[in-house]
Design a protein around this ligand. Sequence first.
Ligand code: PMP
Length: 413
Amino acid sequence: AGDDSTGSQRDDGSSIGHGFDLSAELAARERRNLLRRLSPANRVAERAQFAPAPGSALPVVDGEERLVLGANNYLGLTQDERVQDAAVAATEVVGTGAGASRLVTGDTLVHHDLETRLAEATGTDRALTFASGYAANVGTITALEPDVVFSDSNNHASTIDACRLSGAETIVYDHCDTADLASRMSDREQADDESWLVVTDSVFSVDGDVAPLEELCILAEQYGAWVMVDEAHAIGLYEDAGGIVQREGLSDRVDIQMGTLSKALASQGGYVAGAEELIEYLINHARSFAFSTGLCPPAAAAAAESLHIARTDDCRNRLWRNVEYLREELDGMGYHVPGETQIIPVRVDDRTAALELSEELYERGVVAPVIRPPSVPEGTTRIRVAPMATHSASDLATCLDAFRDAGREIGLL
Ligand code: PMP
């Protein structure tokens, strides 16, 4: 599952015992169909990061044009000329790198412009960018040093690692289950001066399901807890290019909004948005901010331009039309495709069948990743289909034909 792994579990069947017997661990993974590889199994695109290259219909993978589904470049903006021009202009004016931490000499107007736009999109006082979403999560939670964190069981690996590093008592509640969270909060006695944090992804990266944010806010408010929401898979896609927090009208009730620039915003880097005081605090205490070089200017400029495009152009509508169409058609064919967002998990729980389906799709020119344990619970597997705003009607037809034919070929349909 690569970057979408929750990374929360170790592969239980392949304990490495004492010492560093790495080859035994790798062999055990391979026997269980759990070994991940970079090229060629991951089908590295030689041209065009999973979006149609200019002048060509589709990206080239393994020497052939193929339809790639499952990337996080949801709006297809990595190939948008306006975004590319913004990155080039920032490179020419400011340079390819920030050259130092923002706190030393790496602070530029490009960073401030992006942060102003992120604050607007998130309905907050201010935003702060980090080198990655991972660094934003780790830097923020460790800086806050919460006494207790209540964390959704399916939260992203970067949140899990952040909780561990912060030294907080971390109480994991059942996925999106507010009744379970309520009982865990009421069971944990709260000392007067204790700081509590409830943290959740808004859109979960593997299944694309959505956290019950308003109910989480209501619960948190009862205990004076703060709420932190990871909008990595939502920022740019909802109201005025905000995330689920904006769709639900919760900008004033979520204390910390966090996200990445690497998905819909077609760039690299992460951010945190919230009250002025929070951002001032992070500038002074978040180690992954202070002790890491500022975001590279072309990445900052590309993200700022993507955010502007997401707000003002039709690309969000195009994405949602594609999503609705694919969901309806796959469901009509007999596939199980739960959820409502741009991440469409095609559930094929038999791991061997899922791998076979992915291979058959590949034979038909469609690249769609299999997500298997430990990224998802043991006994479950899905093909993660994520269409983009830039996919054409004929791309969607190719995808659907492939799913129909491949599914019949291996007896799934
Ligand atoms: N949070 C979530 C929910 C993610 O899916 C990801 C990336 N897969 C991150 C955080 C980390 O973001 P980045 O890739 O910018 O480090």
